[in-house]
Design a protein around this ligand. Structure first.
Ligand SMILES: Cc1cc2nc3c(=O)[nH]c(=O)nc-3n(C[C@H](O)[C@H](O)[C@H](O)COP(=O)(O)OP(=O)(O)OC[C@H]3O[C@@H](n4cnc5c(N)ncnc54)[C@H](O)[C@@H]3O)c2cc1C
Length: 493
């Protein structure tokens, strides 16, 4: 990290005893959205301070040796599916800041019983070829989006677009997007392989797959995999977090770590405050500056199921029975379509399933720099009810072993994060919800509350810029970018 990063005490000293500096803007939280808002403002010549509660920067981009020395695990995000599609992220040459992308041979594989696997390649034609009889359905769904995915993202990675920049494209996308993923899978595909491949994508919505609009998430993610191949940052996601910090400090920005903000009055004076936090934290920290009715609306925001995650140090690559899974970056582990639908429904009940849908990422297969020579890392998580205390380690391991016999013998060390531990680690993950709140129709474009500009609040100097605003979760920085634009229009011209 840059030499400009300082502890809270240093900032107070720098400004002389108890006197705080005045900034144009202060960003609370150093996640990708905190930094994208800070960079956007600093680029316009504003003085900006980023305040981070933890001792290191990065939010969902941190990488740590969670298990054994030399094994570097991403605590949160690894697969940067939306990063290279994001208009904000594309506005910076991250290579100049030391980021190298590593792309797996296959972005995604989905093993099925009997040694079979569904595979998504890095283009529509390749996936279509592999899906046999269901190739035509895949082509019908994703062919029209192919080559237009970056344009589509310009409309979808943000608040509801009025009018959309690409109306025809949005119309084509919208036709299928409105349906439930289960209905789309049943209508378009006949094989277990194609249905499982699509439903696995849709399960990233963390919604019951019988809900309307879950098809939108399924087709968006599938399109992004074709378009970008789902890269990772070589060496760990922290590389991108550090790059964002360096880009910001090169623009004159300042960073303070180890300062968990509890009340807005403890912060230096600024013309604008942007919160890379949960809506609950905004309501609590800025209660004295916001109308009580608005705080009530923030506190009514809904969080969904949590995640239970394992990080594993491995002696060998995962011995998947289906060969294709060995060269995939992400492996969706579950049985067929019905098992996926049941697992995601269970995450919304009080009884998680014994056979969870497990998202496995095995980055060392194509980025060996994350582990000692010849060794490997992987993470695996499943969705569970919000704040669930049930230990899902055994069901997760059993699911992987089911499709990779001998897997348990490769485990050198395990690190576990429960939903409660996720919230303790980062208060934005309320009850272990890792996507910043339920992303259903009611909260997709109107998060955190329904307002003409969802990044603003009734106080002209307060903004929210976290994944609890549109377009929601993911490493794209667009929430922060749009929040900064709102501040630039309203108060920082
Ligand atoms: C297990 C897991 C796996 C994931 N996998 C992926 C993936 O593969 N690909 C992907 O695109 N996305 C993934 N995500 C989602 C992604 O990490 C988030 O959507 C993204 O990080 C949200 O960015 P953000 O800036 O809004 O918030 P965050 O990244 O959560 O950052 C918020 C920051 O604010 C700080 N903060 C909060 N409150 C305060 C306070 N009061 N005072 C000071 N600091 C504060 C926090 O410490 C944190 O550093 C994953 C998330 C998790 C948890």
């Amino acid at each position: 990290m840059s030499a400009r990063a300082a502890s809270a005490t240093q900032v107070r000293l720098r400004t002389g005893g108890n006197k705080f500096a005045a900034y144009d803007a202060i960003v609370i939280g150093s996640g990708p959205n905190g930094f994208s808002s800070a960079i956007t403002l600093a680029r316009r010549g504003h003085s900006v301070l980023v305040v981070e509660g933890q001792d290191t920067i990065g939010g969902g981009l941190r990488t740590r040796e969670l298990t054994l020395p030399g094994f570097r695990h991403d605590v949160c995000a690894t697969v940067l599916a939306m990063t290279t599609l994001s208009p904000f992220m594309r506005s910076v040459d991250w290579g100049e800041y030391g980021v190298e992308w590593a792309v797996p041979h296959y972005p995604l594989a989905h093993p099925l019983d009997g040694g079979r696997a569904a595979v998504q390649t890095t283009n529509v034609a390749g996936t279509v070829n592999r899906l046999g009889q269901d190739g035509a359905g895949w082509e019908r769904m994703l062919g029209p989006l192919d080559a237009h995915t970056p344009a589509l993202m310009e409309d979808l990675l943000g608040p509801l677009p009025f009018p959309p920049k690409h109306p025809m494209l949005m119309a084509q996308f919208g036709v299928r997007a409105a349906f439930s993923a289960q209905l789309t899978a049943r209508t378009l595909f006949r094989s277990e392989e194609a249905r499982a491949l699509f439903l696995g994508h849709a399960a990233h919505s963390i919604l019951p797959l019988t809900k309307p609009f879950t098809s939108a998430v399924g087709s968006l993610l599938a399109a992004s995999a074709h378009c970008t191949g789902w890269p990772v940052a070589r060496g760990g996601s922290q590389k991108l977090g550090d790059a964002m910090a360096r880009c910001f400090t090169d623009l004159g920005g300042e960073i303070v770590t180890g300062w968990q903000v509890e009340h807005i009055d403890e912060l230096p004076r600024a013309k604008a405050y942007l919160f890379d936090t949960s809506p609950y934290a905004l309501a609590r920290i800025a209660a004295s500056r916001l109308p009580a009715a608005f705080c009530d609306r923030l506190n009514a925001y809904r969080f969904g199921p949590g995640a239970f995650k394992l990080d594993l140090a491995l002696s060998d690559p995962i011995p998947w029975a289906a060969e294709e899974c060995r060269s995939a970056g992400t492996v969706h582990v579950c049985g067929g379509p019905d098992e996926i639908v049941a697992s995601e429904a269970a995450a919304w009940s009080q009884a998680p399933t014994e056979k969870p849908f497990v998202l496995v990422v095995q980055p060392t297969v194509f980025d060996p720099s994350r582990a000692p020579e010849g060794k490997h890392t992987c993470w695996a998580y499943c969705h569970v009810p919000n704040n669930a205390t049930i230990d899902m380690a055994e069901p997760i391991l059993a699911q992987i072993e089911r499709f990779a016999p001998g897997f348990r013998d490769t485990i050198l060390a395990t690190h576990t994060i429960s939903p409660g531990a996720f919230q303790g680690y980062n208060p934005n993950y309320v009850g272990g919800d890792i996507i910043g709140g339920v992303q259903d129709l009611g909260q997709m474009f109107t998060r955190p509350v329904a307002r003409w500009n969802p990044y603003t609040t009734p106080a002209r100097d307060l903004y929210i810029c976290s994944a609890s605003t549109p377009p929601g979760a993911g490493i794209h920085g667009m929430c922060g970018y749009f929040a900064a634009q709102a501040a630039l229009r309203q108060i920082l011209r």
